[in-house]
Design a protein around this ligand. Structure first.
Ligand SMILES: *[C@@H]1O[C@H](CO)[C@@H](O)[C@H](O)[C@H]1NC(C)=O
Length: 178
């Protein structure tokens, strides 16, 4: 009796089962791939600027920005469950959004995309995989946006700094999550 066809079929079934369970388990990005998302601030431009790029942060510091903190961890390539975080710039300010329709609308208003093609920042669109909200605020006075993962800081900026709540941009990993 030739056992070979039976062996081949069982090997195939085993492979299918293994890849099936692998797919189910991989609905989150790999936390150790996530990198710090630095927040820097220029008081002369009243500009909050966020970047995972340490070299760019050093350049910004030499140009007068002050490194404030790491607001959380983000991905540089698209991982399981994540989607692009688009970065737009105008003359003095930064805008981060996951909403591609907003990108198109803001481009009509003088903003231009710095990482649209290809995207270079990825975060979760939903609160999954241990992620936390990245809140977005807007100052009518400076016309600048402010992003934070701290609900205390969010309240402080709304109550004392004249910022308005613009909702949640997306979800990033908290510091120390790896
Ligand atoms: C995306 O942006 C557009 C344009 O600003 C807006 O009308 C729409 O409500 C936004 N969608 C979501 C899900 O926020």
């Amino acid at each position: 009796m030739n056992l070979l066809p039976i062996l081949v079929v069982s090997a195939l079934l085993l492979a299918l089962r293994v890849s099936g369970s692998t797919l189910e388990a991989r609905t989150c990005g790999v936390p150790s791939d996530a990198v710090p998302f630095y927040r820097s601030f220029s008081s002369s431009r009243q500009d909050y600027w966020y970047s995972p790029d340490g070299t760019a942060v050093s350049t910004a510091i030499r140009a007068g920005y002050e490194l404030q903190e790491v607001i959380g961890l983000i991905f540089l390539t698209q991982e399981e469950g994540t989607a692009p975080l688009y970065h737009l710039v105008d003359a003095t300010h930064q805008l981060y959004t996951m909403n591609i329709t907003e990108v198109a609308v803001q481009e009509q208003h003088g903003w231009s995309g710095s990482n649209l093609n290809p995207p270079t920042l990825y975060i979760y669109p939903d609160q999954v995989c241990g992620s936390i909200p990245m809140y977005r605020l807007f100052s009518a006075a400076t016309e600048g946006y402010f992003y934070t993962t701290s609900s205390a800081e969010r309240l402080e900026f709304i109550q004392n700094e004249g910022y308005a709540d613009v909702g949640i941009t997306g979800y990033i990993l908290p510091l120390g999550c790896s």
